[in-house]
Design a protein around this ligand. Structure first.
Ligand code: ZN
Length: 169
């Protein structure tokens, strides 16, 4: 048995030391100090994890959670696109995204397909655009309009001034 094989068998060895499938690893460890060291450090880690106490939730955790759940339930139902988006974002590991994107494309092709509404996951609330943001957007649009106008004026000027270059004699 190689050291690599032995070390990948170490967790198994730690959990069920007497199992016959671990005999080879046990044999290897008798003669290999590197693997013994690895085993001991793994053992120490597990011992530390055993002594770890999960913190108790705070006093009103359940009530607060219930209130937040109720708030989420009372939100207006999100559209199907929003639901699929949030499922892609929150419901799966990153590695499933390409597959889900593919199935989303298929779902879009088969328009009118129905989707099971199993998403109990929070979706961003449909936020009303605040007055401030609205003002900023208007300012931004005005700025863009002014810039476009400037460009047009510049074009105009340059085309007026654009006297054809004198042919060199
Ligand atoms: Zn070894």
């Amino acid at each position: 048995m190689t050291c690599h094989d032995c070390q990948s068998a170490l967790p198994e060895l730690l959990l069920t030391p007497a199992a016959t499938s671990n005999a080879a690893a046990r044999e290897h460890m008798k003669s290999c100090s590197a693997c013994i060291q690895e085993f001991q450090s793994l053992e120490a880690t597990f011992a530390l994890l055993d002594s770890w106490q999960a913190p108790e939730p705070s006093l009103y955790f359940d009530q607060k959670l219930a209130v937040r759940l109720r708030e989420e339930q009372e939100l207006p139902v999100a559209g199907w696109f929003e639901r699929i988006r949030s499922r892609l974002l929150f419901n799966t590991g990153r590695q499933f995204r390409p597959a889900l994107a593919g199935s989303l494309a298929v779902a879009l092709l088969i328009a009118g397909g129905t989707f099971a509404d199993i998403s109990g996951f929070p979706h961003p609330a449909k936020t009303q655009i605040s007055a401030t943001v609205n003002d900023l957007q208007i300012l931004d649009k005005n700025d863009q309009a002014l810039q476009t106008m400037n460009l047009l004026l510049q074009d105009d000027n340059s085309s007026n001034d654009n006297s054809p270059a004198l042919p060199s004699s």
